[in-house]
Design a protein around this ligand. Structure first.
Ligand code: NDP
Length: 280
């Protein structure tokens, strides 16, 4: 079994971005600028924003964090301003959001939508146009690409059909000519589906639910899951039993998540280039 190490890939993307950001600054005199908007108190979101801030600083991206506690109206106002502000090149709206603010995600200027969550960004992905793709879906593809894992004509089984991971990664896999099966909570026989797979993308959110016995020995496993159980980070795949069986697998931590962090940085740089009319 081969362990697909996300850290090496993340480091490579980071180093490329440091160079690119430096060159873009020389060319335009400006830096990419991310604003993260958070409504309400949520410790996990805050911690995530702090990690993003650190990654931005490492690369030379300007970072701004705005938290709103009791002013839903103001939240949308600030979001509108961020959309229009030429200094702000990337916007992230942190979730969860209260019901009356859920529609604010759709308000993000698609050119600044570095998480690729607006219907405009996802629509472009669907029809095969260049856009800002959801970072986790891109990270799965980046790992397959880095390790030269064949995709064309291969059977890929994606477990999970969320808008942010399962669906976009299924489209990216199809663009690379995989034959894709989507599995979800109503799939009749998940084990049978998994056994047919050359590539498995697990994006469920259920700790270690996919066991080695459910997989075939020729498969490549990309585990997107991040489940905190008793202070430990676990994937959706039971790493130990799967590692005994399959050809290759990403660990959790040190796999998809690590790469996703840097792909998000790459999206921030990409949005800067889109807004400055620089060919990407
Ligand atoms: P969602 O909760 O939005 O979607 C989960 C999907 O899993 C749904 O489509 C659901 O099916 C399906 N599902 C649930 N139970 C089963 C089951 N028993 N068998 C088959 N399918 C099932 O999750 P996300 O896509 O947002 O996230 C998935 C995981 O990936 C989470 O652990 C999350 O933390 C992690 N994640 C990791 C990221 C990273 O960068 N590493 C980034 C984003 C997410 P149905 O549609 O029928 O309900």
């Amino acid at each position: 079994m081969k362990k697909l190490n996300g850290k090496i890939i993340a480091e490579k993307i980071k180093n490329n971005l440091i160079e690119e950001v430096k060159k873009l600054k020389e060319k335009t005199g400006k830096a990419a600028h991310l604003v993260v908007l958070q409504y309400g108190e949520d410790e996990a979101s805050k911690a995530y924003a702090q990690r993003i801030e650190k990654n931005c600083k490492n690369i030379g991206i300007e970072f701004e964090y705005q938290q709103f506690i009791e002013e839903p109206g103001k939240f949308k106002e600030i979001l509108k301003k961020a959309n229009q502000d030429p200094q702000i090149t990337s916007i992230m709206v942190q979730q969860p959001l209260p019901k009356n603010l859920k529609d604010s995600l759709e308000m993000i200027n698609p050119q600044k939508d570095v998480e690729g969550i607006t219907s405009a960004s996802l629509g472009k992905l669907f029809v095969g146009l260049e856009t800002l793709n959801p970072a986790t879906a891109e990270a799965c593809m980046e790992i397959l690409d880095y390790y030269d894992i064949p995709i064309k004509g291969q059977r890929a089984v994606v477990v999970g059909r969320s808008n942010i991971v399962g669906k976009p990664v299924s489209i990216l896999l199809q663009q690379k000519h995989a034959t894709v099966t989507m599995c979800h909570s109503r799939t009749k026989d998940l084990e049978w589906e998994l056994k047919q797979a050359d590539i498995v993308i697990a994006a469920v959110g259920s700790a270690e639910m996919i066991k080695g016995t459910m997989l075939n020995e020729n498969s490549i496993i990309i585990d997107v899951g991040t489940n905190f159980i008793d202070g430990k980070l676990l994937g959706d795949v039971d790493f130990d039993s799967a590692a005994e069986k399959v050809k290759a697998i990403t660990p959790v931590p040190g796999g998809v998540g690590t790469v996703t962090n840097q792909i998000l940085m790459r999206n921030i740089v990409k949005s800067f280039k889109i807004l400055h009319g620089i060919t990407i």
